[in-house]
Write a protein of this length. Structure first.
Length: 280
């Protein structure tokens, strides 16, 4: 009886150990399956590929806009001074410009008109194109475009530096307790503000020159065309006859204006003739 009981105990213990090993293996597997793997570290090559693109995008966003000052100088002959003037004024108004100066005059050979026009820079080329219509040739045509980007950046940088310095002095003024310190800081602030106003004026003037282009236009008409240099031969003869008649009329009018002297001269001549010459 005892041997049989011992066999059952051995078999039971063997089956129990096997089940325990199986459960341990399953539990370890489940724990390994629940643990999420760590994220892969970025490779150096990938980082190297991404960084240049970011640098390029940053460089692309920092683009300097060029500041250009455009000027023009035109001089040409016209057949009608008033018509050309109206054309210039019309084109200037349509393109958002204005007439700044208007001078007219006459010399020995021509009648002329001189205009200074301010036109928005984006319409500069179109205005020149419109004014050039109908002009056979230009005595003078000068177009210039000056790049003032460096000057603009320099003034703007100095202005911002002065404003930052002003803010630092304002902070010091708030913390100052002594009257001497307050007076010294206010003196420095006064000098800095004068420099700020000067730089701001320079920057405003430069901005105006950039936004509005200046064009000087002079058009003229020869006086010879007005005086009849192309008259026919018959017209010249008729003008000579009229000129001779006008000269004779002038001489006759001059004689009439001295009639008292003529009467006196006639009376004296008659007296001398009867007194001296008649007896001889």
């Amino acid at each position: 009886m005892k041997p049989i009981l011992m066999c059952f105990v051995l078999l039971f213990s063997l089956f129990g150990c096997k089940n325990a090993e199986d459960e341990g293996e399953t539990s370890n597997f489940s724990e390994m399956k629940l643990e999420s793997p760590p994220p892969p570290e970025p490779q150096a090559d990938a980082i190297a590929l991404v960084q240049p693109k970011q640098a390029k995008s940053e460089e692309a966003t920092i683009e300097i806009q060029h500041k250009i000052v455009k000027t023009g100088n035109l001089r040409f002959e016209t057949k009608d001074i008033e018509s050309t003037y109206n054309q210039v004024v019309k084109n200037a108004k349509e393109l958002g410009g204005s007439i700044q100066n208007d001078n007219s005059g006459k010399d020995n050979e021509t009648v002329y008109r001189n205009l200074v026009v301010r036109i928005p820079s984006q319409n500069f080329d179109l205005f020149i194109q419109n004014i050039s219509k109908g002009v056979s040739y230009f005595d003078t045509k000068q177009i210039s475009a000056e790049d003032v980007t460096a000057q603009y950046i320099d003034i703007d940088t100095r202005l911002n530096a002065k404003k930052a310095l002003e803010n630092r002095y304002l902070d010091l003024l708030k913390k100052a307790n002594k009257v001497s310190e307050i007076l010294e800081i206010e003196a420095q602030l006064s000098a800095i503000r004068e420099e700020i106003e000067a730089k701001q004026g320079q920057l405003n003037y430069l901005k105006k020159q950039i936004s509005l282009s200046t064009i000087t236009i002079e058009f003229y008409k020869p006086i010879a065309q007005e005086s009849g240099a192309t008259e026919s031969y018959g017209t010249k003869i008729w003008n000579a006859i009229k000129s001779g008649f006008n000269s004779f009329s002038g001489f006759f009018i001059a004689l009439i204006s001295i009639w008292p002297f003529l009467i006196l001269f006639g009376f004296l001549s008659y007296f001398f003739y009867n007194r001296f010459l008649k007896n001889k």
